[in-house]
Design a protein around this ligand. Sequence first.
Ligand SMILES: Cc1cc2nc3c(=O)[nH]c(=O)nc-3n(C[C@H](O)[C@H](O)[C@H](O)COP(=O)(O)OP(=O)(O)OC[C@H]3O[C@@H](n4cnc5c(N)ncnc54)[C@H](O)[C@@H]3O)c2cc1C
Length: 289
Amino acid sequence: MDYFEPKSIGDALSLLAKHGAAAKLIAGGTDVMVDMKFKEEPGCLVNIKKIPGLGGIRENGAGLRIGALTTIREIEANALVREKLPVLWEASHQFASLQVRDMATIGGNICRASPSGETLTPLLVLEAKGILAFAEGEKTEPFASFFQGPGKSAVGSNGLLTAIEIPYPAPGSKSVYLKHAVRGAMDIAMVGVAVLITPDAAKNSLQDVRIGLGAVAPTPLRAPKTEALLRGKPLTAALVKEAGALAAAESKPISDQRSSAEYRRWIVEALTRRGLEQTWKAATGKEVA
Ligand SMILES: Cc1cc2nc3c(=O)[nH]c(=O)nc-3n(C[C@H](O)[C@H](O)[C@H](O)COP(=O)(O)OP(=O)(O)OC[C@H]3O[C@@H](n4cnc5c(N)ncnc54)[C@H](O)[C@@H]3O)c2cc1C
């Protein structure tokens, strides 16, 4: 196996172009190394960790720009993320163990494109975008259209994700990330649900609602019918119940070694209801009536 440590994005892209399907990028390696042990070794490993400028978290206008090599632990430890993007902070906090969080990068989590990737539903409800580098130039891709199937994304086999741009939610918004897994730690999500709501100025109704569902379809997805049902209305107990059932109907889970499809739908319903109740209370100070 060939091994390279390019020092620039251009050099990394040239290596991908030269070695084609045999080449594999590696960042933190927490997915790649496991695949190498249990599946197969690539013909050529391109380690991007030594490329300068791909890390760090900084404010960029009314939002944050997070470099692709930023580790999950750096995101978890960042005060701006915790204050401004709590839904991403919660996902980072519930991610694997401290040791894995110290190695794993957000870019790797995104480009792995696993339906259960912890940071993906928060990025969907935050309406974030990825900055992709290709030999032909740079491209900005909203995460709404980035994921194409398990392991497949707009980055393809010849691109490199360089950064993530996340706009701050509207003032007064509240959000939550809820993970359901068998074990409390070191377990991949059986279902992950991210909810972000923005109440109207009088705090009487839902001006905006965004719901992200993870591990219940070939890609992480939003629940557009459920969002449309809720938008513009006060949140009542009857509406929460209806929204939970509709979110479950919008999910497309499969049965696998971690859960049956039926159980996953039931968890989507429960977590959607819980997420709506929690965010409504946090945003308006009122219990759902
Ligand atoms: C014990 C254990 C527990 C885990 N628990 C969780 C969990 O709770 N939640 C969760 O979501 N995941 C979990 N994972 C999976 C893994 O840690 C994450 O997906 C992690 O974010 C991957 O990041 P990485 O930097 O290690 O990626 P790598 O393994 O280096 O790469 C992952 C994939 O992304 C590609 N890639 C990496 N960076 C880029 C880039 N900048 N541009 C283009 N392609 C790129 C690589 O080619 C590869 O295909 C766990 C893994 C282990 C081993």
